[in-house]
Design a protein around this ligand. Structure first.
Ligand code: NDP
Length: 612
């Protein structure tokens, strides 16, 4: 007999299904279950263990499970192997797979991308792992009599304990059933929850690795973490869905700094702050969900409220937070500079981060907006930003990305003229569909603003300026800037006399160079901007709720695949926003279908359909 190697699991499961199997999970399944599989398989009759023992064991199980002796088979199993094979729709709800040991439901996992789980009658789910420690689930289509034709359709890792599972399942069922505020208030908050996090002891894991090779799939873990205590001004929110922001990419590649320094600083501020200084950092700065419980000082929200969460995290007893909260001396971004972020089944937020969920959107559509939408609102619409006027020409870098997709909508809504810059013909098409007539494909144009690492090329700035004039006949009054080092010189140059470059980021490098003569001689200004205060976030959220700003969700990942989603954003392989399903299954959460119809399914799902 040979052992099962991690590569076997990857090969057998991933290779057959095209699904990604985490190396770590594969190794763990292989190590822990090789012996058990063999024992199990031995009991099931003659199997050739010299090749592919895992799949053979699954074949074997699948063959029996598909038979009417399902119950008997359960009872006869090695106690170390959790199994189940429920017709999920009946017990667990669409979009979930469960695993059971004996009568006990020991594991549950959400739907995964590409496969609508809700088992068909000819499919089974196989849970891998000892009771209470489910490590993986396989989705199989067995051929009852000839095991050879069993196909593994997909697999994914899972790791849950029965206590947490039951607690979260109860919460989810109550939410789905539209339970009253009192019922939700009486639900027990589980003492642990599933979350995506980076680890302090891994902060050096990418030392010496070039930025582009730092892989969020290696650093982002999904596992249980302890539920923190609730401060009087906070709320527990059951997270139905969240989204990837670039700050999660920064955290996961530990650039420009590991975020544990932020947590330690917060930890020194107060007793409640001390909860955040942990050896793991639960990430995520967007969420949509349901308030489960509020602290004693919370007045305006109650259990059962359906909410979105904005990420401005301030101390409202600090006077500096009371003119513009973004000027607060201890202003932070939740889930980036604080712990217990939104990429999890549960989060702890300040009550003043809550906003009403737009009723016509699904959970994932509602979850993807707050961070980028509010940032774009402040940069363009608010008096703290550009205060854009009707007729302003606005150059939007990354116009089909997270920030840019909202920026273009604000320019159009406000009577401005957007000129969107993107890097492919496909993205240009998407922008046209969004209503942006003037688009520049920077890749096709082949701009080289930097002749070499140290020298910018003014001729290339001029070429961009000419291209903009050729489209709209004039220079941009506003430049919506965030790529940073690569583009700032060009942004300052092409901006109109008296115009404004508003900047909130530096994706391509934060040591900026531009020719100051072009700035002062033509009376241009550069204005910095950072997220949004509560009022700005609230107003931006209201515009989504009114159907005037559309979510730019292009794809959705299960929480277990958060590393892959962050990888996509890190490598600019995405459009708009990538959503992450936490407790929700895809498509849930629409409370006002009539209004959804009025706004228009086509407009709401433009990015999603384009990404499909
Ligand atoms: P996305 O990755 O979704 O979009 C950014 C887009 O910028 C890309 O799609 C790409 O579009 C374009 N881009 C990337 N690199 C370059 C480059 N070298 N030259 C020109 N264009 C480039 O990210 P977000 O829009 O969500 O965020 C953008 C930046 O803003 C990030 O650094 C993020 O951390 C920051 N940010 C800051 C906030 C704040 O409050 N301060 C809030 C939100 C984000 P294409 O290839 O099509 O041109």
């Amino acid at each position: 007999m040979v052992g099962v190697g991690a590569e076997d699991v990857v090969d057998l499961v991933g290779g057959r299904s095209g699904a990604k199997v985490d190396d770590h999970i594969a190794a763990s399944i292989a190590q822990d279950h090789d012996r058990r599989f063999r024992r199990l398989a031995r009991g099931r009759g003659p199997l050739d263990h010299t090749r592919k023992p895992v799949l053979r064991a699954v074949h074997d199980l699948a063959g029996h499970v598909a038979s009417p002796q399902l119950g008997v088979l359960h009872d006869g199993l090695s106690p170390a192997l959790g199994l189940l094979f429920d017709r999920c729709g009946e017990r667990l709800g669409a979009g979930q797979l469960g695993a059971r040991f004996g009568d006990e439901l020991i594991g549950i996992a959400p739907a995964f991308s590409g496969v609508q789980v809700g088992l068909a009658t000819d499919e089974i789910g196989v849970g891998l792992g000892p009771p209470g420690d489910l490590r993986g689930l396989l989705l199989c289509r067995p051929a009852p009599r000839t095991h050879q034709h069993t196909s593994v359709l997909a697999s994914f890792p899972a790791r849950f304990s029965p206590g947490r599972l039951r607690g979260m399942q109860e919460i989810l069922e109550a939410i789905r059933a539209g339970a009253s505020s009192d019922t939700i208030a009486n639900l027990k908050i589980p003492d642990a929850y599933r979350a995506a996090f980076v680890r302090r002891d891994e902060a050096g894991m990418f030392d010496g690795v070039p930025s582009e090779d730092k892989d969020p799939r290696k650093s982002l873990h999904v596992d249980e973490v302890a539920t923190p205590e609730l401060a009087p001004d906070e709320a527990y929110v059951a997270v139905m869905a969240s989204a990837i922001n670039f700050n999660t990419v920064w955290t996961s590649i530990f650039e420009p700094l590991p975020t544990f320094g932020f947590l330690d600083r917060l930890g020194k501020e107060s007793t409640w702050g001390a909860r955040h200084a942990l050896d793991y950092h639960v990430v995520g700065s967007d969420a949509a969900g349901v308030v489960l419980k509020v602290g004693s000082a919370v007045r305006t929200w109650r259990p059962g409220d359906r909410v979105t969460v904005h990420c401005n995290y301030i101390d409202d007893q600090d006077p500096s937070a009371h003119d513009d909260a973004m000027l607060a001396s201890n202003q932070r971004i939740w889930g980036f500079e604080s712990n217990f972020g939104g990429l999890a089944d549960l989060t702890v937020v300040k009550a003043n981060q809550l906003m009403p969920k737009p009723a016509h959107l699904t959970w994932e559509e509602a979850a993807c907006n707050a961070l980028c939408n509010s940032t774009a609102y402040r940069m363009l619409v608010s008096r703290h930003g550009a205060g854009m006027k009707q007729g302003d020409v606005v150059l939007v870098w990354g116009a089909s990305g997270g920030l840019g997709g909202y920026a273009v909508q604000y320019v159009l809504n406000g009577g401005g003229i957007p000129v969107g810059v993107v890097s492919s013909a496909d993205k240009a098409d998407l922008l046209h569909d969004l209503g942006c007539e003037h688009v520049i494909d920077r890749k096709a144009a082949g701009y080289r603003f930097w002749a070499d690492e140290h020298t910018q090329d003014e001729k290339e700035w001029r070429r961009l300026g000419r291209d903009i004039r050729a489209l709209v006949g004039e220079d941009p009054n506003i430049v919506f800037e965030h790529p940073g080092r690569q583009t700032m010189g060009a942004s300052v140059f092409v901006c109109a006399r008296g115009g404004l470059i508003v900047t909130c980021a530096a994706t391509s490098g934060y040591m900026i160079e531009y020719d100051n003569r072009h700035l002062w001689m033509k009376l241009k200004a550069i204005k910095s901007s950072h997220f949004a205060n509560y009022k700005e976030a609230w107003d931006a959220n209201r515009l989504v709720a009114l159907g005037k700003i559309q979510p730019i969700l292009s794809a959705v990942y299960p929480l277990e695949e958060v590393g892959e989603a962050a990888y996509q954003v890190h490598h600019n392989l995405h459009e708009g926003k990538l959503g992450v399903l936490c407790l929700a299954s895809a498509g849930e959460g629409i409370d006002d279908r009539e209004f959804r119809e009025k706004v228009g399914e086509d407009r709401i799902t433009l990015f999603r359909r384009h990404g499909a």
